[in-house]
Design a protein around this ligand. Structure first.
Ligand code: HEM
Length: 302
């Protein structure tokens, strides 16, 4: 079986074969807003959303696993996801897909498949003995945010920025919450219901927008850019690219006819941003469109 199909199938083994749900990050909510670049952003990349004064976005906050009704209080619902689609113009769009964890359990598509397979088979602890690269992900202490907007999100994979002079750099994205990072204490978490992140979101927006700074961590000389397990040192240059301002839960009418049919794409697809040679990113480039096609085919019309 081709790798991308095996990855999708193994996720479905783990979480259930639900044709019209995402095999990963199945539970989520669409939100609407806009992105405003900093003056500096266009010096790093000629991508259109870094020079246009403002670009509308449709974003999706999500919970990990392919279980569509996973409680927001379930530890397996972490890491959370933030996928942002920049609606640049007619048929021109680009996405940034991030998760709230800084680490990933493997650095190739085959490695991710081996991790998933062992997780499915209940042998992941054994597997990790020979694969210490999985340990930071397995052992991470994942806190529950007060709301979706009080945590950072990370792209894990690197991308290449190209500017007007043709100069290129490798970067990793992070979304940094303007509210600061705020997490629930254990007793606060215990008082929450299984839908709290979703039920409380309209109330959060009623207080004001949820905003994130888009920051690029720039690779230094000699930093490895094609291996997502190679974390770059924290002293690397951080460039502020702009501000994401999310204002509301998306009206059903604003969504395409089939509610869940937005298929975010790990490939940038606009001038000025290219994928790195990270094989995990290459695997994702095939996984997401295929998964999306299957979901679309199975979705009822609204
Ligand atoms: C080989 C590695 C990976 C595989 C096999 C994989 C698999 C998937 C699949 C099958 C989906 C559902 C796609 C759809 O039906 O639209 C998905 C969604 C998602 N993935 Fe991954 N993923 C991988 C790596 C990553 C990484 C590194 C990140 C974080 C940077 C990530 C974050 C997300 C998020 C946030 C979503 C939800 C997107 C949405 O809201 O529609 N994934 N992934």
């Amino acid at each position: 079986m081709p790798l991308h199909l095996d990855l999708i199938s193994t996720l479905k083994d783990m979480f259930g074969r639900i044709d019209n749900a995402r095999p990963s990050h199945a539970r989520g909510v669409f939100v609407t807003g806009s992105f405003t670049p900093t003056d500096e952003a266009k010096e790093w990349s000629i991508a259109p959303h870094f020079s246009s004064p403002s670009t509308p976005v449709i974003a999706r906050f999500s919970l990990f696993t392919g279980i569509p009704n996973i409680p927001a209080t379930d530890p397996n619902a972490n890491p959370h996801g933030l996928a942002v689609r920049f609606l640049i113009g007619d048929d021109v769009k680009t996405d940034i897909i991030c998760q709230s964890s800084t680490v990933f359990p493997a650095n190739t598509g085959e490695g991710v498949l081996a991790f998933f397979s062992n997780y499915r088979d209940g042998t992941v602890e054994e597997y990790a003995k020979d694969h210490p690269e999985a340990l930071p992900f397995m052992q991470e202490d994942r806190k529950f945010p007060k709301n979706f907007g009080t945590q950072s999100f990370y792209s894990i994979n690197a991308f290449k920025f190209i500017n007007a002079a043709g100069k290129s750099v490798f970067i990793r994205y992070r979304w940094v919450p303007l509210s600061g990072r705020q997490f629930l204490t254990q007793s606060e978490l215990e008082a929450k219901g299984p839908n709290f992140l979703f039920d409380e979101l309209p109330g959060v927006f009623a207080q004001g927008p949820i905003s994130f700074k888009l920051v690029a961590q720039v690779a230094g000389e000699g930093d490895i850019t094609d291996n997502c397990n190679e974390i770059w040192p924290e002293d690397r240059q951080l460039v502020e690219l702009g501000m994401l301002t999310l204002t509301k839960v998306t009206d059903k009418e604003a969504l395409p006819p089939q509610k869940n049919s937005i298929v975010y794409n790990a490939m940038p697809g606009v001038p000025g941003i290219e994928p790195s040679d990270d094989p995990v990113l290459a695997a994702r480039a095939r996984v997401y469109p295929t998964s999306g096609e299957t979901r679309r085919a199975a979705e009822p019309e609204n």
